[in-house]
Structures are given as structure tokens and as C-alpha cells.
Design a protein. Structure first.
Length: 471
């Protein structure tokens, strides 16, 4: 299936934004902009130590649970997902492939998982939003300071609520056997849309909720590295799912050494500081080598067959997904189905940031459009960061142009080494997409992010290598 054809859908990439605007009946709607404000959210600081991962570390549970029994009930349901999924019969292996082979059931079933989630009391969304608005108006500004202490309701709390509702909704959709339902019940849909709107995110499982907000350190003083991190939340659970996610978190942290210096590198280009530009380029190459070393460890504890059969399905969305060709109706929000891409590494800001820093342009429209759409699934602070990097490319801060103009061997070699490492990462990653997905698919399949992924990943890799500068 050609990716270009996949692009044509009634939903459109802005469908979620439009629906959210129309239906977010948020009593604190005026405060919506406050919640999405860049300098107060846990994603606003992009650091050398942890890159795009949030600071402080993600919340383990809603603080509201301390004095709200209904919030505690929702957290308990979240913790029970792996158990409920097993009791209900587990995910449908391999997504729509099995349906194509005629071995799945035809009608959507309502097993114990779906029945349990439907019976939850209304999520305390109004309380969370009004508490957050109050805290943000306070002198501490919503940051987790000593004064705010652990029980303060902050933006972190809204991101935790986003994770909670995203996992519960995707468990409802995908963690029972048989075809998925075409309607998400209001008990899940309404609070999910409202919380997502408040933090300016789409109501779908994103890389931010699946990976960025989903880890804790075993030794709180130790590094964010494999061996010292575990997941906060799983769908089915088990080593393979946990490891798949933790490899992403480790990669995000390792990228920090380079992404946090990208804007400084661009400024150095404008100031003609060649040594600083070379240093920035070397740090990109080093970060990419570290990222490859971590990605190479994926197979240690995440088996390709288990990944394909069990880990992958719950990440799926409802756009370009043959299981839900019309999309999904969010009951209580709209009677029109929404079409949204599922979770994918393409929503990580790291590779987008390196593309921007190195001036790599994906000229083919279908490749560029897909990455642009993935940016809409990132935290607002990261979108703003990528916009700044892209804007800088139109002036003297463009690093690639600077390297071409000054043309010393040292600059060119450092630039080419960074581009070559990015191409190696993409090439290695493409091989993983083949051995973890394409190899097992019995018919053409799309990524959980909805792309025709093998041609797309080849395209991104080839475009990258074409940016190596001639000697
Ligand atoms: C077994 C491991 C992995 C598999 C099977 C896999 C699969 C995929 C697939 C299928 C896509 C196409 C988009 C879609 O979902 O439709 C994709 C895109 C992407 N993934 Fe992964 N992925 C894996 C690990 C990772 C990791 C660890 C990262 C690191 C952050 C990552 C970053 C990306 C990026 C940046 C893209 C966009 C394409 C590009 O810019 O080259 N992936 N991945």
C-alpha cells in the first residue's frame, strides 16, 4: 500500500485538534493556555543529563488519590490492567493479521476488562483541572518546590492523568481478544479529551505517555540508564514489554548530551565560532553512537516474536488501521469518529532535533508530511523547541550552510561524521522494524504510527546519507 494513499483520510492530522476545540467542555477553559504554557510544564527544560525526558521524574500516581477515593479507584484500575487483560483473554495476537486469516471472533466482545472499566465512577476531571488552575495561580507557579510538597496538584499531575487515561483507553480498545469496539465509552472518552486538551495533546496514546512519562529510578540518586530504571505502567507486562520501553527511555537520556547543545551550536555558527560548532557536531556523533549501542541491546530482553504478538498491538491507533477503518467514536464528545495515529518512536523529538540541527531536509512530501504530523503528538514545549531550531535554519544560524561556506576540513569532517552516525542509527533502526514487524506480518501492514513503514524508513535513511558533504 503506497504511503501517499494512506495519507488520504477524512480524519486529517488536525482532526483531533478540531474535535478537542469543539468538545472540550472545560470549566477552566480560560486556563487552558496556562496548562500548556511552556515554561511551567515538566517538559520545559531540555537538559544535557536527560534530554527531552521530564524534570522532575514522572509522578508515580495522582496526588489527588491522597484525599479522593475515586481517583484512587482509577489508579487501582490502571494497576490492574495486566491482570484484567489476562482474565479477559489477552490482546489479539498480531493485530489485524489474524482477522485476515479468519481465526478471530467477528463480534466485539465485552469481557471482564471492558466491563470493569465501563463500571468506573466518573473520573474527577473537573477537580483536577480546577486544582491545577489554583496551584498555577499560586506564587510557587506550579513547580514541585519544597513549598509545594508532594500533595500539590501541578502540571505533572495533569501529565499523570493523561498517562492514566491513555493506558486505560488503549487497554479497553486492544487488550481483549477479537475486533476492537467502534465506540469508546464516555466514562473514558470525556475525561481523556478534557485532560488532553488542557495540556494541548491529542487524545491518543503518544510517545510522551508511553515512554517519556512512564519510568522511575530504582536509585533516585543514580542515572536514568538501563539497570536503574523500571516502567511505571504496562499493558500486559513482562520482560519484553518493559525492556522495549526502557530502551527508549535510555536512548532519550543519552541523546541529552547533544540535543541540549543544539541551539548553542546554531548561535556559534552565526558568530563564526568554528571550534564551538565542531564541538557541537562531535557531541551529536557521540550521542548517536551511544544511542546505537543501546538500541543494539533491544534483543537482549525483548524478543521479536513476543513483541509482534503481544507488545505491539496496544500501541495501535485508529487512523490507517484496517481494524478501525472509520476511526473511533469518542462517546459524549462527538458522534463523528476521530482518526488518530497510534504511538510510535517517530513521535520522539530526538531524531527530529538532529535533522533540524544538521539541516537535513526530507524533500519528498510524503516523508516530510508524516514527520510533521508526528510533531503534533509531542509535548508543546518540544514542538516549540523544534520550531526554534527550524526557524534558525533560515538565517546565519544554519549550521549546514555555515560548514559549506567556511569549508575547513575540520568542520566538514565533523559535520559528515554526525550525518553518517545519524544514517547509521536510521539504518540500524530500519533493520529492527524489519525483524520485529515486517518479518512476521502475513500481509502488508502499517506501523502502530500508521505509516507504510519499510519504504518510509528507507526514505528517511537515504535522504540522510545524501546530506554528506563532498570532500
Ligand atoms: C524494536 C524496536 C523498534 C521498532 C520495531 C520500531 C518501529 C518503527 C516503525 C514501524 C516506525 C514507522 C512509523 C510507524 O510506527 O508507523 C518507526 C519510526 C521511527 N522510530 Fe522506531 N521502532 C523501534 C525502536 C525505536 C527506538 C528505540 C527509537 C528511538 C527513539 C525509535 C525512533 C523512531 C523514529 C525517530 C522514527 C521516525 C523515522 C525516522 O525519523 O527515521 N524507534 N519505528
Amino acid at each position: 500500500m503506497a504511503y501517499q494513499r494512506l495519507q488520504v483520510s477524512p480524519g486529517g492530522p488536525q482532526n483531533w485538534a478540531r474535535s478537542v476545540r469543539q468538545h472540550a467542555v472545560n470549566p477552566t477553559a480560560a486556563a487552558g493556555n496556562v496548562f500548556a504554557s511552556y515554561n511551567r510544564c515538566p517538559f520545559s527544560r531540555i537538559t544535557f543529563e536527560r534530554g527531552f525526558l521530564p524534570s522532575p521524574d514522572p509522578l508515580h500516581r495522582l496526588n489527588l488519590c491522597n484525599h479522593d477515593s475515586i481517583a484512587a479507584e482509577w489508579e487501582a484500575a490502571l494497576g490492574d490492567i495486566p491482570k484484567l487483560a489476562v482474565a479477559a483473554g489477552g490482546v489479539r495476537p498480531g493485530g489485524s493479521d489474524i482477522a485476515a486469516c479468519g481465526t478471530s471472533t467477528t463480534a466485539t466482545s465485552r469481557g471482564v476488562l471492558r466491563r470493569t472499566l465501563e463500571a468506573l465512577p466518573p473520573f474527577p476531571v473537573g477537580k483536577l483541572l480546577s486544582d491545577a488552575a489554583t496551584t498555577l495561580a499560586s506564587p510557587t507557579g506550579g513547580l514541585a518546590t519544597a513549598a509545594a510538597e508532594h500533595d500539590s496538584t501541578t502540571l505533572e499531575e495533569l501529565w499523570r492523568a493523561y498517562l492514566l487515561l491513555s493506558f486505560l483507553a488503549h487497554a479497553y480498545m486492544w487488550c481483549e481478544p477479537g475486533p476492537p469496539p467502534s465506540i469508546l465509552p464516555a466514562v473514558l472518552a470525556v475525561p481523556w479529551v478534557r485532560i488532553a486538551a488542557a495540556i494541548d495533546m491529542p487524545p491518543i496514546l503518544t510517545y510522551a505517555s508511553y515512554n517519556l512519562c512512564n519510568w522511575r529510578r530504582l536509585d533516585a540518586a543514580g542515572p536514568v540508564r538501563l539497570g536503574n530504571i523500571v516502567c511505571l505502567q504496562n499493558f500486559l507486562g513482562g520482560t519484553d514489554e518493559e525492556w522495549f520501553r526502557l530502551v527508549h527511555v535510555d536512548i532519550e537520556a543519552r541523546a541529552g548530551q547533544a540535543v541540549a547543545g543544539l541551539e548553542a551550536m546554531q548561535r556559534a555558527a552565526a558568530e563564526g565560532d568554528s571550534d564551538a560548532v565542531v564541538a557541537g557536531l562531535i557531541s551529536i556523533a557521540e550521542a548517536l553512537r551511544d544511542m546505537q549501542a543501546t538500541l543494539a541491546r533491544m534483543g537482549e530482553k525483548c524478543d521479536p516474536y513476543i513483541y509482534y504478538q503481544r507488545v505491539r498491538t496496544p500501541m495501535s491507533g485508529w487512523r490507517n488501521n484496517p481494524d478501525l477503518p472509520q476511526g473511533l467514536v469518542y462517546e459524549g464528545v462527538s458522534t463523528e469518529p476521530m482518526q488518530l495515529y497510534g504511538e510510535t518512536g517517530a513521535q520522539s523529538s530526538v531524531v527530529h532535533a538532529f535533522d533540524a540541527g544538521l539541516g537535513i531536509q526530507h524533500d519528498q512530501v510524503w516523508l516530510r508530511d508524516y514527520l510533521d504530523t508526528m510533531v503534533l503528538h509531542m509535548p508543546p514545549a518540544h514542538r516549540a523547541f523544534l520550531r526554534r531550531l527550524a526557524t534558525a535554519n533560515s538565517g546565519p544560524t544554519n549550521v549546514r550552510s555555515y560548514v559549506q561556506r567556511v569549508a575547513t576540513a575540520e568542520l566538514r569532517d565533523a559535520y559528515n561524521a554526525a550525518v553518517e552516525e545519524l544514517e547509521r542509527f536510521r539504518s540500524q533502526h530500519r533493520a529492527f522494524a524489519h525483524s520485529y514487524i515486517a518479518k512476521w506480518a502475513r500481509k502488508e501492514t502499517t506501523g502502530t504510527g500508521g505509516s507504510d513503514f519499510m519504504p518510509a524508513l528507507t526514505g528517511y535513511k537515504d535522504t540522510t546519507s545524501r546530506h554528506v558533504l563532498p570532500q
